[in-house]
Design a protein around this ligand. Structure first.
Ligand code: CMX
Length: 137
């Protein structure tokens, strides 16, 4: 894994949280994106080489809604950048980690993603993400 790509923070109200993080970080949100497949609305901030992703639920039974109901708002996941997500998924499977999807999924901010179950990683939800490469020919 190359580096921490972003930290995901679960929030109840995206607009309020985005305003607060703009004040906190002293920088504007550079992107908002609805990820329908994950039932989340997201807002991204750049902090040096790293990013913060605010996540708000768009459905009562979404992962973010369940997380907030159980634990309250707060850090939801840590995402690591990888060059080859399929190779990294194979490596983690071989090491005995529990992946939450068989194949990489399309995530926010032009990424292919896969999550690792927090039960096997000391209670922290881990995300792998690979920049999507578009064919130019
Ligand atoms: N971090 C740490 N622990 C978490 C967690 C998180 N983000 N989310 C859930 N858990 C814990 C639960 O509290 C529960 O703990 P206990 O067994 O001690 O009660 C345990 O994990 C398992 O919970 P569960 O009830 O079996 O399963 P859930 O329905 O809560 O699902 C999870 C948990 C991680 C499998 C599910 O949230 C998931 O598949 N996540 C991946 C997808 C996702 O998070 N999408 C939203 C973000 C999308 C994006 O970044 O764009």
């Amino acid at each position: 894994m190359n580096r921490i790509e972003h930290i995901g923070i679960a929030v109840a109200d995206l607009e309020n949280a985005a305003h607060l993080y703009e004040q906190l970080l002293g920088t504007a949100c550079y992107k908002t994106e609805l990820v329908a497949t994950e039932n989340v609305n997201t807002a991204f901030f750049k902090v040096g080489e790293n990013k913060i992703e605010l996540l708000a639920s768009t459905a009562d039974d979404s992962a973010i809604a369940k997380f907030i109901a159980k634990k309250g708002e707060g850090i939801h996941h840590i995402a690591f950048a990888v060059d080859d997500i399929c190779a990294e998924m194979e490596r983690l499977k071989t090491e005995g980690f529990v992946l939450l999807s068989e194949e990489p999924k399309k995530g926010a901010d032009n990424k292919l993603i896969c999550f690792v179950h927090p039960k096997g990683t000391n209670g922290v939800l881990i995300e792998l993400c690979q920049e999507m490469k578009w064919a130019t020919t």
